[in-house]
Design a protein around this ligand. Structure first.
Ligand code: HEM
Ligand code: CU
Length: 649
């Protein structure tokens, strides 16, 4: 991408300055957040237990004292609100309401100027800080989800005994599923959407910096209720917490509901921010056909999240209301419908897999052009692929309900729409293959990882087509084949794609060089373990092994032993990859500004990236993929000077 730098001083209009800078925002941090959260939760629980439980009214369906659910729902909500108040999320709006809007000095302070590492523990608005905060949060969530996965495979591998009680095994599965889904949803959009996209499009920050901090800290506040639920009887009906089972689950289910309701607000805000940033903050000259494909992928993912995540949120608000005040949204005895729940859930459930896979695919496209030194095979087909997925992914959700008996006549149109989604999905794989085709790859980890992810995508995609056919699904529904299929998609394409993307943008994000030797050992160990784990689960599923059942017929023993060994190998590989991230971040050699020789804007800025990103905003004059294409703006030495040089002694 060639840029013409125009040295013009841009006057940034300043908000009217009222009163002195400072106030609570200068003292707020994660510590005041924790005090606020725990403090308010305790107060609510105390007042609530004085007031709620003594009622003793019992929910007709759950036979549970309504008070208990309402008490915990209020306590968890108290934690979220108290934490957000404590960390300073409401300080800005309150000051604005009091006519004392933030001063420019406050805004600079909030952006983290001159605060060193402490800025990562505060309500900081700089998109680069928020990106790093999301990266750390993603790693923590993967740690929790991965640990639970090891427990699941241990239970399934120890075929001669029971390691956990059936109830606890059920809650491990459900918690593993939802923690991993949340981790995958943020894995690329959070760290890289926030850190890379604004620089990549030539902006100084996101469109709404304060909202950006809000989206991250809401995510942070959303997690503890979910973890708490594991110790309050847990969620025993899988990550999808289907009704009417979840209405009868222990109080822990309330933690899940508060988490999803809060997380949905966080993703909604983040999606609005990511979309608005690329629509409104692009550098001059960056017309839509010059926008890097990664930014397009992030928009596509954010649009799907923005439209469909509220469905999930509504389903949990209604579930909570059914539990707390005995409404009957999903209670057939009160005229409600469990199918309403399933439709609401899968209206999000399916597009969400593309919320995960689309950013990973877009990141791979940024990687292949750099390491193949070739223009993208077809920018237009890539964009058409993303647009096609946004469109079709919203009309396929019923393939999760083929076997529910809800509306069998709809199965065939949804079978068709589901099969059709492999067309835009195929576009994306073809653009990757087309860019690789006949090129000479620079064999570095990010590039080699692309091959691994394409393999996983193809396996995941093909098995998806099988399952989209109702006759096949009649046999496979609820089996380990389905589990293996979505792991190939969510983990195989999503997580391994995220690992490729992190290893690519690591030098820019951390100003350190990523240790590719350790990183590669980790990546490929996990990749091999992954194939072993989930191919044997394809086999177990074909043999008929049901999911979500800890006791099964001995016929499945061998495939489960192999799968469990594979899972431990994944675990070892992931720990080695994590070690590579930590070791490189702590003491890796300082990274140069553009180690890959990329033409994209984010690699044209200094490393570490200065607070304002660009000393002067760039003007863009071409797309970022003109590798191997002569630069029309390159200032050529006049011929005679050339000759003169040739002649010169
Ligand atoms: C270390 C890697 C992982 C292993 C070994 C693993 C293993 C498993 C197994 C064996 C199950 C099925 C349990 C059963 O039905 O009895 C499962 C369920 C699930 N996994 Fe994973 N998983 C891993 C990573 C992931 C990742 C990265 C995701 C990303 C989204 C994920 C999402 C899910 C979901 C959504 C379920 C369904 C939970 C439910 O049935 O409610 N897993 N996992
Ligand atoms: Cu689906």
């Amino acid at each position: 991408m060639s840029t013409a730098t125009v040295h013009e001083h841009v006057d940034v209009p300043q908000p009217p300055q009222h009163g002195r800078p400072g106030g609570y925002l200068r003292r707020a941090s994660i510590l005041t957040g924790l005090v606020g959260g725990i403090g308010l939760a305790l107060v609510v629980y105390w007042v609530g237990s004085l007031w709620l439980v003594p009622w003793g009214t019992t929910n007709a369906v759950t036979n549970l004292q309504v008070g208990a659910d309402a008490l915990w729902a209020a306590t968890f909500a108290g934690w979220v609100i108290g934490f957000m108040a404590g960390i300073g999320a409401f300080a800005g709006p309150i000051r604005w309401a009091l006519g004392r809007d933030l001063t420019h000095a406050d805004a600079e302070y909030l952006a983290g100027r001159d605060q060193g590492k402490w800025r990562y523990w505060r309500y900081t608005t700089d998109h680069k800080v928020v990106g790093v905060q999301y990266l750390v949060m993603t790693l923590i969530l993967f740690g929790v989800g991965g640990f639970l996965a090891m427990l699941i495979r241990t239970e399934l591998g120890v075929t001669w005994a029971e390691v956990f009680s059936p109830d606890f095994y059920n809650s491990i599965i459900g918690t593993h599923g939802i923690v991993m889904i949340i981790a995958m949803i943020i894995a690329i959009t959070g760290p890289l959407g926030n850190f890379v996209v604004p620089i990549m499009i030539g902006a100084r920050d996101m469109a709404f910096p304060r909202l950006n901090a809000l989206s991250f800290w809401l995510l942070f506040a959303a997690v503890p209720p979910l973890i708490a639920s594991l110790f309050m009887g847990g969620i025993r009906d899988g990550w999808s917490v289907y009704q009417p089972l979840s209405a009868q689950a222990p109080t822990g289910g309330v933690g899940y509901q508060i988490t999803i309701i809060t997380f949905a607000i966080s993703t909604g805000i983040a999606s609005v921010n990511l979309i608005t940033t690329t629509v409104k903050m692009r550098a001059r000259g960056m017309t839509w056909n010059r926008v890097p494909v990664f930014a397009i992928g992030i928009i596509a993912s954010s649009v799907m999240g923005l439209i469909w995540f509220p469905m999930f949120q509504y389903s949990q608000i209604m579930s909570l209301s059914d539990r707390m005040i005995s409404t009957s949204f999903f209670n057939p005895l009160g005229g409600g419908s469990v199918w309403l729940y399933e439709n609401l859930f899968w209206l999000l459930g399916h597009p969400e897999v593309y919320v995960i896979v689309v950013p990973a695919t877009a990141a791979l496209m940024e990687i292949v052009v750099v390491f193949m030194r070739k223009p993208l095979f077809s920018y237009k087909i890539a964009v058409a692929g993303f647009a096609g997925i946004v469109g079709i992914s919203s009309i396929v959700w019923v393939h999760h309900m083929y076997m529910t008996g809800w509306a069998p006549s709809t199965n065939y149109p949804f079978m068709l729409s589901t099969e059709m989604i492999s067309i835009p999905f195929g576009f994306l794989v073809l653009v990757l293959l087309g860019t690789i085709w006949r090129g000479k790859a620079w064999a570095r980890l990010p590039m080699l990882a692309v091959y691994a992810v394409i393999w996983n995508k193809v396996v995941g995609g093909i098995t998806g087509v099988y399952l989209s056919d109702t006759p096949v699904d009649q046999y496979m529904h609820g089996s380990m084949f389905v589990v293996a299929h979505f792991h190939f998609m969510l983990m195989g394409a999503g997580l391994f794609g995220a690992m490729a993307a992190i290893s690519f943008w690591f030098p820019k994000m951390t100003a350190r060089t990523f240790d590719e030797r350790i990183g590669s050992i980790g990546f490929w160990t996990a990749f091999i373990g992954f194939q072993v784990t989930f191919f044997s689960m394809f086999v177990a599923g074909l043999q008929g092994q049901p999911r979500r059942v800890l006791q099964f017929d001995g016929a499945f023993n061998v495939s489960n032993w192999i799968s469990t060994i594979g899972a431990y190998v994944i675990g070892i590989g992931m720990l080695i990859f994590l070690a590579a991230i930590i070791v490189s971040w702590r003491r890796g050699p300082a990274a140069p500004a553009n180690p890959w020789g990329s033409k994209s804007l984010e690699w044209q800025v200094e490393t570490p990236v200065p607070l304002e990103n660009f000393p002067v905003l760039p003007v863009v004059t071409s797309d970022p993929y003109d590798y191997g294409v002569p630069d029309p703006y390159e200032v050529k030495e006049p011929a005679e000077a050339e000759d003169a040089k040739v002649g010169a002694p």
